[in-house]
Design a protein around this ligand. Structure first.
Ligand code: GDP
Length: 467
């Protein structure tokens, strides 16, 4: 206790002198968090050596002197597996790092010469940079705090009449079968509830694997050490609504319905709230990564689903005075970046469209953020560039193309497709095919880990702290 008080005080002092920054990276699974954080740490540690960070003025001007890894203070948070990630990238052939599945942290101390220190002054300053990586799926749970069990259940997209329609429903068919015969008034049978909850979780996992994103509750997908715990054994009851509220409220404590109500409340109090209270509330800056290209590749149903999921996810950054979040936790993120990742999957002249599409996808949350005066910037980047931009001659015309190595080791030269600058409509989907395929990371040449605009992200997220 005393130790943690001392730590909080120390953090407070450091922050007061503007020498500590807590920067968080999030995004849904496969959005590129692990690659981003690995590359970010690599570039900062190799600043002035192999790293190319021309768009970060402190680096370009030679004022950023280096970065050192430090022992993190919060011993309850796993360490970000940087060494393992670098080992994978340096393997023959190179591999993508294993993705992280929960929250992790890494602390760096940056040494820099302040811009104002004058030409002949030798003064250096340090900035402690705490980096956090956590699943965007956890943010999908925020709206759950604004519900009770019944209203949450009703808000889930399982209309019993629409059963078997749409691909998403089909993935939940097993669970829908099981839950349709469950009587909310019957005595709860632990084993039966566990079995039905497992089918629900299986549905969520199958939907995730099929490229869907708007899935709740978030911890069911990434349970970490909660695997199998009864707190993760609830699910919606399709068909019940507010009109049934009075009748349901009278059901006995040991009924199926009341048991689900208790588990839902426990999940809110003991899983969702602690993340916001113990971690999220303490972040200073945040970058949200979005795999826009992956969603384009996966077709219209997934693309719309990603759009819905991002709308939900971004609610965690809406600090309007009356937002649920502000009322509950008074967070303090004062700057936000939103990045479309894996930009090296398309040719460079498509990058402007990629940013425009990201902005279109997030139009509503961006409007809310700007209204709430949260500085936010949208960009596109590749944390670890796996392709080379080329020009090829095709029927007398020069066109842009990409050279890279596929995951199975085949060298290819491709034009992956055009990125629409606006939300694609039905005709667009029927007309255009996308071929954004996965590439193997390139072997590092002379120690560099090539990226695209990672330095732009760094400048936006911490450049002002290196002044
Ligand atoms: P996470 O689940 O959000 O941590 O995502 P990862 O960082 O594990 O990235 C998921 C996959 O996306 C990786 O295995 C790569 O195949 C791909 N990826 C991530 N970043 C990049 C990038 O900058 N360029 C390319 N070409 N692929 C990337």
């Amino acid at each position: 206790m005393r130790q943690s008080l001392a730590r909080e005080l120390n953090d407070l002092l450091e922050r007061g002198r503007d020498r500590q920054l807590r920067l968080a990276v999030t995004g849904l699974s496969n959005s590129g968090k692990t690659a981003f954080l690995t590359s970010l740490v690599y570039q900062l540690r190799h600043v002035g050596l192999e790293a190319r960070l021309d768009l970060l003025p402190a680096a370009r001007e030679g004022r950023l002197l280096g970065a050192k890894r430090m022992a993190q203070q919060d011993l309850g948070v796993p360490r970000f597996p940087y060494d393992q990630a670098m080992e994978a990238l340096d393997a023959t052939p190179p591999r993508w790092p294993e993705p992280t599945r929960g929250i992790s942290e890494l602390r760096l101390t940056l040494r820099y010469r302040p811009a104002r220190s004058g030409l002949f002054q030798r003064d250096t300053a340090t900035l402690t940079l705490d980096l956090f990586d956590y699943p965007g799926e956890w943010l999908l749970d925020l709206p759950l705090l604004g519900h009770d069990y019944l209203s949450w259940s009703e808000s889930q997209p399982f209309d019993p009449d629409a059963r078997r329609q749409g691909e998403r429903h089909a993935l939940f068919a097993d669970w829908l079968d099981a839950v349709s015969t469950l009587d909310p008034a019957a005595s709860a049978d632990e084993a039966q509830l566990a079995a039905i909850a497992e089918r629900y979780a299986q549905g969520l996992r199958a939907a995730r694997a099929a490229g869907f994103s708007d899935l709740q509750p978030g911890r069911f997908l990434l349970p970490g050490d909660l695997e199998g715990a009864p707190v993760l054994q609830f699910f919606p009851l399709p068909g019940l609504g507010d009109r049934d509220r009075a009748t349901l409220a009278k059901l006995p404590e040991d009924s199926v319905y009341q048991t689900l109500v208790r588990r839902f409340a426990h999940y809110q109090q003991h899983i969702v709230k602690p993340f916001y209270r113990d971690h999220f509330r303490r972040f200073d800056r945040q970058i949200v990564l979005v795999d826009v290209l992956g969603a384009l590749n996966a077709g219209p149903e997934r693309f719309e689903d990603l759009s819905r999921a991002l709308g939900t996810l971004m609610k965690s950054f809406d600090y309007g005075k009356r937002s649920l979040l502000s009322r509950l936790f008074s967070p303090r993120i004062d700057r936000l970046a939103i990045a479309a990742t894996k930009a090296d999957h398309v040719t460079p002249e498509q990058h402007a469209n990629l940013v425009a599409l990201l902005e279109a996808l997030l139009a509503e949350p961006l409007r809310d953020l700007r209204f709430a005066a949260v500085p936010v910037r949208a960009m596109s980047l590749a944390s670890i560039r796996a392709t080379q931009a080329r020009e090829v001659e095709h029927q007398g015309k020069r066109t842009a193309a990409l050279r890279g190595t596929t995951l199975d080791g085949e060298e290819v030269l491709v034009f992956p497709g055009e990125v629409p600058a606006r939300l694609p409509d039905a005709t667009f989907w029927s007309r255009q095919g996308f071929d954004f395929r996965a590439f193997r990371p390139a072997p590092r040449e002379n120690g560099t880990l090539a990226h695209i605009r990672l330095d732009v992200a760094l400048e936006w997220l911490l450049g002002d702290k290196l002044q």
